[in-house]
Design a binder for this molecule. Sequence first.
Ligand code: GTP
Ligand code: MG
Length: 553
Amino acid sequence: QRLIVRLLSCPGTVAEDLRRDEQPSGIVETGFEDKIPRKRFSEMQNERREQAQRTVLIHCPEKISENKFLKYLSQHGPINNHFFYESFGLYAVVEFCRKESVGSLQNGTHTPNMAMETAIPFRSRFLSLKLKNQTSEQSCIQSSNQLPPSNRKLFELICYAESIDDQLNTLLKEFQLTEENTKLRYLTCSLIEDIAAAYFPDCVVRPFGSSVNTFGKLGCDLDMFLDLDETRNLSTRKTSGNFLMEFQVKNVPSERIATQKILSVIGECLDHFGPGCVGVQKILNARCPLVRFSHQASGFQCDLTTNNKIALTSSELLYIYGALDSRVRALVFGIRCWARAHSLTSSIPGAWITNFSLTMMVIFFLQRRSPPILPTLDSLKTLADAQDKCIIEGNNCTFVRDLNRIKPSGNTETLELLLKEFFEYFGNFAFNKNSINIRQGKEQNKPDSSPLYIQNPFETSLNISKNVSQSQLQKFVDLAQESAWILQQEDTHRPSVSSNQPWGLAAILLPSVPNRGSLTKKKRKRSANERVKNLLESLKSNRTANFTETNEK
Ligand code: GTP
Ligand code: MG
């Protein structure tokens, strides 16, 4: 199996040709055992949303018989699939085959009576299962894991990998969102949609960002977008004869104020009536107003925005880039983990680089390879057909949506080479005069003096990394140079496979030594050796668990 994995992760081999030719139609290999369907993003989102609408979330007693539980629920209709997970208690996600089953289950559910408090009645799909009589049943339920691997486990896995390619694919496999986690994300959006529907019956709450763009790590936040297009467009649909009927509405001076008002009431609603929604914060004066809250049962930190169609389109673009070549996601995950391990990224907003910017940098780098691994956004626009035409708020967001119409790259470089070259490339990039532009896949003169300029692919006059300070950029450059140097040294110093020495990806995930920018080559080598020695020590004493945060957010 390992050999197959190695063959599959080695581009440019017979295996790659087999991979391209023999996949059942609609499926593409992503570099490991997982498969990403070559479905259009919108198709995938619609399917997942429909699936989520047939699903309920149930808080279960600790001791429960899985068979009896399923039998009990099956009274309401056949179950398509289910899984359990733990998060301060045991939860079950149950997907019925038919939507009516959810209504039937809700009809047999009642609002609890509490001695000291009063329940606010709300008919949601987040339920609690109680046992009428305590039974002595032994629970042997298998829980699905929703958390990223511990640093120690990850470290061991990547140290024992056979090549840097293998290390990057292992990292991807361990950190990527699982099928269950993805289902839970869509279900959470669907539950929030039910609450928002109290005000806007035709609204849709869509996940975007790393939950859906294929670059999400277990533990990442859940970005959701309240789509009111259906509500807005209703009036334009029904016209007859010489008459046009319009809704009487309240008017406000700007789109921004409308967004703030809508989010304000939804925030209140989540806070007062949303089961499991806690810590609701209304951040309405931000550039992009949002409501932030924790969805306790799923454990997700949620950011709800509205009027944010461009962000959803960015997610669609990243989804396409992630599915085009098996090396893209592996490299992005590697770079994201590297940046997190060195505190280049943070869950707190500030002057640091974001994961979104890092992903853009990797895409740009892959567009600059010879031959390119990824096409430019302009060439994706050229491939677009009439159906793909899309203008959002005056911005041209047209690009090909059908993955099957994009020719695969003929580039056969290994992930190992790409990782090294990424650090070389950005370690020496002329950030002082050039900007990064994935639309044209070319460096361009910076239009302003921001330390890091990454052109927003759709709102082309904006810089997505405007927040990054000179010192954070310098830190990135220093670390990129150091990592390039460490990987270079290893060409001749790779330890034997059986050794547990940190090497390759493991070596560059280690905390850095201070003032490395001013170190001479000789000193750098000595400090790298010292770091290896320290790490071996810390491995023995279990201290490696501290080399990076477990959770991204
Ligand atoms: P995580 O760090 O895993 O959450 O990655 P993410 O891609 O989800 O990033 P984040 O939660 O910060 O933002 C969610 C989405 O909003 C991104 O995927 C982008 O589509 C969009 N976004 C974030 N930051 C910017 C920005 O500065 N400019 C623009 N145009 N879009 C942004
Ligand atoms: Mg996010």
